[in-house]
Ligand binder design. Structure first.
Ligand SMILES: [Zn+2]
Length: 141
């Protein structure tokens, strides 16, 4: 039989991405890694395999609060828009609404040349959608 202790990281107990850290660390090593990466929760999962590779037992995920790492507020409105020209800004739950706000704001202030950035806030970082290149894979040649 073989036991694997899988360690992962997450920012919140629910509705957050889980990032695989490593297998078979000691508890102390895993806590130190979580502190280094600034994740407030460490996820432990114990799995027991037979010699043939079949899973015999799975403990499920157990969450440990990592000491010394502050909790981050849960992100409820991940789409953010900010105007580069004025103080205009807003937050939305969908990209469609964010782009709708951008289009209206840019149209209403067309004479002054307002330009709105659409940002996607994730658990790890803020993504400027202007930097994201969308590949059109189904394009006819
Ligand atoms: Zn503006």
């Amino acid at each position: 039989m073989r036991q694997i202790i899988r360690w992962s990281l997450t920012v919140a107990p629910y509705d957050a991405d889980v990032w695989h850290l490593a297998d078979n660390l000691t508890f102390l090593e895993a806590i130190l890694a979580a502190q280094r990466e600034q994740f407030p929760y460490l996820v432990q999962r114990r799995m027991l395999y037979s010699e043939a590779g079949a899973i015999l037992h799975d403990s499920g995920s157990a969450l440990v609060r990592v000491p010394g790492v502050p909790l981050r507020p849960p992100i409820s409105h991940p789409w953010q828009v900010t105007c580069l020209r004025c103080d205009g800004a807003a937050q939305f739950t969908t990209r469609r609404d964010a782009e709708w706000w951008r289009d209206i704001h840019e149209f209403e202030n067309e004479r002054d040349g307002h330009i709105v950035r659409v940002l996607l806030q994730t658990d790890k970082s803020t993504v400027d959608m202007a930097d994201v290149i969308v590949l059109d894979l189904d394009r006819e040649m």
